[in-house]
Design a protein around this ligand. Structure first.
Ligand code: FES
Ligand SMILES: [Fe+2]
Length: 332
């Protein structure tokens, strides 16, 4: 499955401490823990002895200890201790499956690739707006997680969609009096899809708006379950000269459920985190009920399965990209 070779966000980095944390990615229960060197380790969340959940255990002497009979696993997944047999040295075959993890954008990212899949695995998308050096002047913070009863592709498509603003976000990102979507350009990129010239009139486009603003955005799909919104510097919604961004990162938990984070790169250095998060929270809580109502929950990739208008050309391009990428999880 191609999804196994991609990096997916699974938790906020600060949540992963020296106590194990259970998460789920692509239907696979995983346990995350931090080794004594501070590195995040990821194993299948199932003890190979009698199937207990390792995330119910603890970290003991730098090893992950199963809650049932206390078998201990080193950072490689190798079993190093069987308490019932103190003088026994477990063979290499006595191990739990381990995966790769890395930290980026305030999150822990995991990929389930093993063996040959690893050579085909692409790197985690580099997002210049969020790199420490490239845009060090912008303030970055995360919002979430949100546990959503919708597939990851439905959530990405909602993020790329402007024609719902006047209805779902009436009085905030749009109004019923101005629902027309001007033509915008869509192109494919090396890693996804890019829409430019996306214009809207927004009554309350950010925390500090005091009047309606004409905004211009670019939307980019950077990976099958990741997207980026960039507000153009001349856009009425942001401080002159500042290029603010919002990234959407989704963990595909099951085909029909997802865990969602937003990462903001903003030029607002004064408002408390909670206030910036509250604005994003308000907007997403408007989206969530509609998203969860959509049927089917998985995103249909057959162009005939749902009806489209010319205003939907970004979402149509996203669907074509998913199909061309061989994505099967969260689509139908
Ligand atoms: S089930 Fe894990 S040690 Fe027995
Ligand atoms: Fe929305």
């Amino acid at each position: 499955m191609i999804e196994n070779s991609l990096w997916h966000p699974v938790a906020q980095a600060h949540e992963v401490v020296d106590a194990p944390l259970g998460v789920q990615l692509l239907d696979q229960p995983l346990v995350l823990w931090r080794d004594p060197q501070g590195l995040v380790r990821v194993f299948v969340d199932r003890c190979p002895h009698r199937g207990a959940r390792l995330s119910m255990g603890r970290v003991e002497n730098g090893h992950l200890e199963c809650p049932y009979h206390g078998w201990q696993f080193a950072d490689s997944g190798q079993c190093v201790k069987v308490p019932a047999l103190p003088s026994f040295t477990p063979p290499p075959s006595q191990c739990v499956k381990a995966f790769e993890a890395q930290e980026a954008y305030g999150l822990v990212w995991v990929r389930l690739a093993t063996g040959e899949e690893l050579s085909a695995a692409p790197a985690l998308a580099a997002l210049p707006a969020f790199e420490a050096e490239a845009d060090a002047h912008l303030r970055k913070l995360n919002c979430g997680p949100y546990d959503v009863a919708a597939s990851a592709p439905r959530i990405i498509e909602n993020f790329l969609d402007m024609s719902h603003f006047g209805f779902v976000h009436e009085g905030w990102l749009g109004s019923r009096d101005a629902t027309a979507i001007e033509a915008y350009a869509v192109e494919t990129t090396a890693t996804g899809v890019l829409a430019t010239g996306c214009k809207a009139v927004q009554p309350q486009s950010n925390l500090h708006s005091t009047s309606a603003a004409e905004v211009e955005y670019t939307y980019e799909v950077t990976a099958p379950y990741a997207a980026l919104l960039t507000k153009l510097p001349e856009s009425g919604t942001t401080r002159a000269g500042w290029r603010e961004s919002i990234a959407l990162f989704i963990c595909p938990v099951t085909p029909e459920t997802s865990r969602v984070w937003f990462r903001l790169a903003v030029a607002d250095f004064d408002s408390p985190d909670a206030q910036l998060q509250e604005f994003q929270h308000t907007i997403f809580c408007q989206d969530q009920p509609v998203l969860e109502s959509q049927q089917p929950k998985c995103l249909p990739l057959d162009p005939r399965a749902e009806m489209h208008s010319a205003a939907d050309r970004m979402s149509s391009a996203y669907r074509r990209y998913l199909r061309a990428s061989g994505i099967t999880f969260g689509v139908c």
